[in-house]
Design a protein around this ligand. Structure first.
Ligand code: KIV
Length: 263
């Protein structure tokens, strides 16, 4: 039986940490879920790691639907979260629903949408019509040009308050989960304690309900500068399987992320 939104909520309520990794194909889907990963995130980071682009902006809905079908074929237990790529959730709630419906038909259990309170109306529209949504705040890679680079968000008192307010508004709008990327650990903790829904952190400290990393990053496959919040789990592991199993163990026990991985 596949993990459900309800079972993830139960894990959060029981303070059991949730493990998440990005996944883009059937072979890794088998390996990841056999290693105990709870959520497979078909991330638009596939634009970077599979397609070699500098940003995620050129990833299409067809790309996401294709990789969702690949991951779905390889998995039978994990919850499958899928990113709505740039340009597919910004026009109108109706247009977003049509796009999200394609991803749900491809196998998604939930879609993920980048954006703060501006997305509340869209999230309400989708969730009231049967499409579960994870809201993504903090560093939003699809807004890299607007944000002026891949930078930590919510560092001032004012900006932290804005993010906290966004989180509350998005939960009220119906978001079933909230992902926070590159925000100070103290802020992520405050948001996690304020919300009822599970939070997922990447570069957001150890107090989120769940942790996610890009699969290629945690396997040590990256070019250029390594972000501070990444841990290479291949170090000290004899195989890819062992690296993934160690990731699951460290997320579940709260060992990852450590103090060296937080802002
Ligand atoms: O696309 C992706 O991999 C993501 C993670 C960075 C959370 O959204």
């Amino acid at each position: 039986m596949r993990t459900t939104k309800r079972s993830l909520q139960k894990m959060r309520d029981n303070e059991e940490k949730i493990s998440v990794l990005t996944c883009y194909d059937a072979s890794f889907a088998v390996l990841l879920e056999n290693s105990g990963i709870d959520i497979l995130l078909v991330g638009d980071s596939l634009g970077n790691v599979l397609q070699g682009e500098d940003t995620t902006l050129s990833v299409t809905l067809d790309d996401m639907a294709y990789h969702t079908r690949c991951v779905t074929r390889g998995s039978s237990k994990a919850f499958i979260m899928v990113d709505m790529p740039f340009g597919t959730s910004q026009i109108s709630p109706e247009n977003t629903f049509e796009n999200a419906a394609e991803l749900m038909a491809a196998g998604a259990s939930m879609v993920k949408i980048e954006g703060g309170r501006i997305m509340a109306e869209t999230i309400r529209f989708l969730t009231q019509r049967g499409i579960p949504v994870c809201a993504h705040i903090g560093l939003m890679p699809q807004s890299v040009h607007q944000l002026g680079g891949y930078k930590v968000q919510g560092k001032t008192h004012y900006l932290a308050k804005q993010l906290l307010d966004d989180a509350v508004i998005l939960e009220k709008a119906g978001a079933g989960m909230l992902l926070m990327e590159a925000v100070p650990a103290t802020l992520a903790k405050k948001i996690t304690k304020t919300l009822v829904i599970p939070t997922i952190g990447i570069g957001a400290g150890a107090d989120c309900s769940a942790q996610v990393l890009v699969l290629y990053d945690m396997l040590g496959i990256y070019s250029g500068k390594k972000s501070m919040f990444i841990k290479n789990f291949m170090v000290g592991a004899a195989s890819v399987n062992e690296a993934i199993e160690n990731y699951v163990k460290e997320v579940k026990s709260g060992k990852f992320p450590g103090l060296e991985h937080i802002f």
